[in-house]
Design a protein around this ligand. Structure first.
Ligand SMILES: Cc1cc2nc3c(=O)[nH]c(=O)nc-3n(C[C@H](O)[C@H](O)[C@H](O)COP(=O)(O)OP(=O)(O)OC[C@H]3O[C@@H](n4cnc5c(N)ncnc54)[C@H](O)[C@@H]3O)c2cc1C
Length: 299
C-alpha cells in the first residue's frame, strides 16, 4: 500500500482511530493469517464515510471487516486497508418492537437482548458470532430464521454518500445480499420483531444447546465451510465421502460436524485452503456435486 503517511495524517487530522500491522489471527475466528497493514476504526457514520471516500478517491484497496467469523486472511498478510466499525457503530438499543443497531454491533448480543426485552423473531441468531453488518452481508440464517425476514431499514455508504434505505427482502437470498461490501457499507440497521409469545427464551436455549451438541465450538473455525448445494447438505456429503478427520497441517475436517473445518493445531490459512480443495475434489468425484465455499478467502 502506498501513501501510508498521507493516510495516517488524514486519519489523525480527522481523529479517526487506526492500528498498523495487525495480526490476521486476531481479526478472524479462524485465528489464522498474517499481518493486515492498516486497520481504521471509525466510530461514527460520518467517520466511516470519510475513510471510505478517502480510500476510493486515492485508489487504496480497502475491505470492510465485521467480526471476521466468515473470513480467511492469507498467511503472507494483506497490504491493504481494513475498515472495522467501532465506537457508536458497535452499539444497539431496543425501543418498542424495534432493535436499532450499529452495523458493528454483535449480532448475538442484540438477539439475546431482544429476547430479554420480551420480543421474538431474533432468537435463532443468538449463537452466530458475527457482527450485524456481516450478518446482513451474508444474509445469515439458522434454524427457522433468516436476517431478511426481520431487517427493515438500513443506513449505508453507497456511491460516496450516506443513504437511508427501506430493505427489499428480494435483494437478499441464501448467503447473498445486495446490502453488502463492495456494493455498499452498512452503517446501521433496524430489525422489527414481534411481542414474545412466551416461548422465545426456551427456543433460544434449545437452539444454543443444539449448537453445542452438534458443532465443534471449542475450536477456532468460520462455521460452515461450504454453502448448502441445491438438494443436498454439504456436511452430509462430506461425511458420506469419508472425510471426517481428514487433516492438512493444523486444519482438520471436524469429527463432530463434517461441515466445519477447524483450526485445532495452530493451522496456517494455507492448511485450511488446501483442505478445502481436498474436500471439494473428493465430494465432486464421489457425488458429482461442486461445493461452493461459504468462507470468504481473501487474497
Ligand atoms: C461457530 C460459528 C457458527 C456459525 N454459525 C452460523 C450460522 O448458524 N448461520 C450463518 O449464517 N452463519 C454462521 N456462521 C458464519 C458467520 O458467523 C456469519 O457469516 C456472519 O454473518 C459473518 O459476520 P461477520 O461480522 O463475522 O462478517 P465478516 O466475516 O467479517 O465478513 C463477512 C462479509 O461481510 C461483509 N461485511 C461485514 N460487515 C459489513 C458491513 N458493515 N457492510 C457491508 N458488508 C459487510 C465483509 O466485507 C465480508 O464480505 C458461523 C460462524 C462460526 C465461527
Amino acid at each position: 500500500m502506498t501513501d501510508i503517511n498521507e493516510l495516517k495524517s488524514f486519519l489523525n487530522v480527522n481523529g479517526i482511530a487506526f492500528r498498523e500491522n495487525v495480526l490476521g489471527s486476531s481479526l478472524t475466528t479462524f485465528r489464522t493469517g498474517g499481518d493486515v497493514r492498516f486497520v481504521a476504526e471509525p466510530e461514527t457514520s460520518e467517520e466511516a464515510l470519510l475513510v471510505i471516500n478517502y480510500a476510493a478517491e486515492k485508489g487504496l484497496r480497502y475491505f470492510i471487516i465485521g467480526n471476521g467469523s466468515n473470513l480467511l486472511i492469507p498467511d503472507e498478510g494483506l497490504d491493504i486497508l481494513f475498515i472495522r466499525l467501532s465506537g457508536k457503530l458497535k452499539e444497539f438499543e431496543i425501543k418498542n418492537n424495534t432493535v436499532f443497531c450499529g452495523a458493528g454491533a454483535s449480532l448475538a448480543a442484540a438477539a439475546k437482548a431482544s429476547v430479554a426485552e420480551g420480543l421474538m423473531g431474533f432468537e435463532w441468531a443468538s449463537g452466530i458470532p458475527g457482527s450485524v453488518g456481516g450478518a446482513i452481508a451474508m444474509n445469515a440464517s439458522a434454524y427457522d430464521g433468516e436476517i431478511r425476514q426481520i431487517l427493515k431499514r438500513i443506513t449505508a455508504v453507497y456511491q460516496g454518500r450516506i443513504v437511508d434505505l427501506k430493505v427489499d427482502p428480494d435483494l437478499m437470498a441464501y448467503r447473498h445480499s445486495e446490502y453488502a461490501f463492495p456494493n455498499m457499507t452498512v452503517l446501521t440497521a433496524e430489525f422489527e420483531l414481534q411481542p414474545d409469545d412466551g416461548g422465545a427464551r426456551d427456543r433460544m436455549e434449545f437452539y444454543n444447546q443444539k449448537r453445542k451438541n452438534s458443532q465443534p465450538l471449542n475450536y477456532p473455525s468460520a462455521g460452515s465451510t461450504f454453502k448448502r448445494p441445491k438438494g443436498y447438505y454439504a456436511a452430509a456429503l462430506i461425511d458420506q465421502a469419508g472425510l471426517k478427520g481428514t487433516r492438512v497441517g493444523g486444519a482438520c475436517v471436524s469429527e463432530k460436524h463434517a461441515g466445519f473445518i477447524v483450526n485445532d493445531m495452530n493451522a496456517k490459512s494455507r492448511d485450511v485452503t488446501d483442505l478445502m480443495e481436498i474436500v471439494h475434489k473428493t465430494v465432486y468425484e464421489k457425488f458429482g456435486v461442486h461445493l461452493e465455499p461459504e468462507v470468504i478467502v481473501l487474497k
